[in-house]
Write a protein that binds this ligand. Structure first.
Ligand code: TRP
Length: 338
């Protein structure tokens, strides 16, 4: 990546961020912030599509603490809150005309989320259409790169469809297409071995802010290979949650490769693999936890960071919206003084 990208990405504040967010996207963002122009958004409006406002409100700062904890630097990344940019809501309304109900219902991620939440036909319209609002988030910044977990790929495709439609409809090049940046590692499975991703809604998460005891307990109850009953038996590595986590977190790929080979041959106990994983997780999460405590000790300071970020972000989105309104012919009056 030699060219400088504009990056926009974000998270729903439905709870503290967890290891799935870290592997899926946060790690990439930290690596990219010094190379590109990066905007990181706390998606409180999107969270409201399925979450109680009190809960959303109380998690905004938690997510901000997580951002600072993993090493997002407010001098390099603009951290802001979605709801504070009315431009994003406005752009969403324009975009809703460019997408059909049938297309929204085919979005595989939304489809799966509707199933998981048991909405059936009572799905809130705002929930079904959140990919449109996500398209607005991305395009308002003319973002070209969106670091997200693999499950967000359909959102990027929908965004680019909307971009092409908007530009064709208005005969302009106001909006730009984007690419997803998906980590090679792929999605991190939940702790429960059910095969689903780590997700707050499924209750199979480990928070980035987890205490040493919580980390220990999570590793202890993690699924391995259910058919690996005796130490001397050969064990399966595929679908084995402990090995997926080692792949994602162990800095020493050589050690992991050796552990895998040993496990597959037989003679390596689940407890031994888990011991390695626990060490690795404790080591990686300790500094994150320490930085988080530091951030959380001064909420006013963190709010100040977010306020400044909202101002910067709003200036950028505001400029795009002026271009969008002009492209749609929605400028009726000459600019008036004041
Ligand atoms: N849907 C994303 C998630 O749940 C959050 C999000 C909202 C987002 N708007 C975005 C991600 C724009 C990337 C770009 O994690």
């Amino acid at each position: 990546m030699s060219t400088k990208h504009t990056i926009l990405t974000g998270d729903r504040p439905t709870g503290p961020l967890h290891l799935g967010h870290y592997v899926g996207s946060l790690r990439n963002r930290v690596a990219l912030q010094s190379l590109h122009r990066q905007f990181v958004m706390i998606a409180d409006m999107q969270a409201l599509t399925d979450t109680d406002p009190v809960k959303v409100r109380s998690n905004v700062l938690e997510v901000a603490y997580d951002y600072l904890a993993v090493g997002l630097d407010p001098n390099q990344s603009t951290l802001f809150i979605q709801s504070q940019l009315p431009e994003l809501a406005e752009l969403t309304v324009f975009f809703l005309n460019l997408v059909s109900l049938a297309r929204l219902e085919r979005n595989p991620t939304v489809k799966e989320e509707i199933r998981q939440r048991g909405f059936e036909r009572d799905v809130p319209a705002g929930f079904l259409t959140y990919p449109v609002s996500q398209a607005a988030d991305i395009t308002a910044f003319k973002a070209t790169l969106v670091p997200v977990g693999a499950d967000q790929q359909p959102m990027i495709e929908q965004t680019n469809e909307i971009v092409r439609r908007f530009n064709a409809l208005t005969g302009t090049e106001v909006l730009v297409e984007c690419a997803a940046l998906i980590p090679e590692q792929g999605r991190l499975p939940g702790l429960d071995g059910g095969g689903a991703k780590m997700s707050k809604a499924l209750g199979n998460t480990l928070a980035l802010s987890a205490s040493p005891d919580e980390i220990r307990a999570a590793v202890k109850r993690m699924y391995t290979d259910r058919t690996h009953l005796r130490v001397q038996d050969p064990g399966q590595v595929e679908g084995n949650v402990v090995f997926s986590y080692l792949d994602a977190f162990d800095p020493d790929a050589q050690v992991v490769a050796e552990l895998k080979a040993h496990y597959q041959r037989g003679g390596l106990a689940d407890t031994a693999v888990k011991r390695r994983l626990e060490e690795v997780l404790q080591a990686q999460l300790a500094p994150i936890r320490a930085r988080r405590a530091q951030a959380a000790a001064d909420p006013a300071e963190v709010l100040g960071i977010l306020a400044a970020g909202c101002d910067r972000a709003r200036a950028v989105a505001g400029q795009t919206l002026r271009e969008v309104r002009l492209a749609l012919g929605l400028e009726y009056f000459k600019p008036r003084p004041g």
